[in-house]
Design a protein around this ligand. Structure first.
Ligand SMILES: CC(C)(COP(=O)(O)OP(=O)(O)OC[C@H]1O[C@@H](n2cnc3c(N)ncnc32)[C@H](O)[C@@H]1OP(=O)(O)O)[C@@H](O)C(=O)NCCC(=O)NCCS
Length: 218
């Protein structure tokens, strides 16, 4: 156990054995924080894009919230987004692309999980110079039974502290514009919406500067 949240919930390191749970939670929070199960025709793709690569390539920053009913959330980080994306480009997407059919560019013809299939074949792994002050990124998703108990606040503080200790100067996250609950959460825990950085479609960036270990020592 890394953090005890009370009520039987706790944070622990994610392992390879948690990959199915990471994918399940990603699906159940995949529609701007709500359950995307009915929308998707392949329940595994969201997890293969948004969660499992973190456990594979950043295992030291991959955590699950475990609890009375089993794994109820995750907290994932990438210390250096550019290096992480470079790794995805060479070691993750080529194999995944070989097992998934590209639905083509015409989004009006996409159905079910085609948007995810398209994303797998055309991932946006570009270097964003405007985010240079925030080299790290992360994801947090909790199932309903774990929400509203202060777990999100404590988990984010923990991730920030881990990243700062490793020398990161800033953390940013992509949030769906219509996920108002999450935007309120990020504001409550000290993140600001970046106004002058072009975010991916339908999203905003929320970001926070971190006091790196060097700053603290100095
Ligand atoms: C968003 C999420 C991570 C927040 O975690 P949480 O454990 O529910 O939040 P906490 O209980 O730690 O709340 C922390 C603060 O955020 C505020 N907050 C949380 N959810 C809020 C909401 N829906 N509206 C307004 N404020 C909210 C709380 O009031 C609290 O403020 P306080 O400490 O000053 O009282 C969690 O609810 C979740 O996983 N939701 C569904 C998935 C999702 O949307 N993930 C984010 C994708 S980008």
């Amino acid at each position: 156990m890394i953090l005890d949240f009370g009520d039987g919930f706790f944070l622990r390191q994610a392992t390879a054995a948690d990959r199915a749970a990471l994918a399940m939670i990603c699906l159940k929070t995949g529609d701007a924080g709500k359950d995307a199960t009915d929308r998707e025709d392949d329940p595994d793709l969201l997890g293969l894009v948004y969660t499992i690569p973190y456990q594979v390539f950043e295992p030291d920053l991959a955590f699950v919230v475990d609890g009375p009913t089993g794994v109820s959330g995750y907290l994932l980080g990438a210390a250096d987004t550019n290096s992480f994306n470079a790794r995805l480009a060479t070691d993750w997407y080529p194999e995944l692309q070989a097992s998934v059919t590209d639905p083509g560019p015409d989004s009006t013809r996409w159905q079910g999980s085609d948007w995810a299939r398209h994303r797998i074949h055309h991932p946006d792994l570009s270097v964003r110079q405007a985010l240079v002050a925030y080299p790290s990124h992360g994801h947090i998703d909790l199932l309903p039974q774990a929400r509203g108990k202060g777990i999100g606040r404590q988990a984010m503080a923990f991730l920030e502290q881990r990243l700062a200790a490793s020398g990161s100067t800033g953390l940013c996250l992509e949030v769906m514009r219509r996920n108002i609950d999450a935007l309120n959460f990020y504001r409550a825990v000290g993140f600001e919406v970046l106004q002058d950085v072009q975010p991916p479609k339908d999203c905003v960036y929320v970001a926070k500067r971190l006091a790196s270990a060097q700053d603290v020592a100095g």
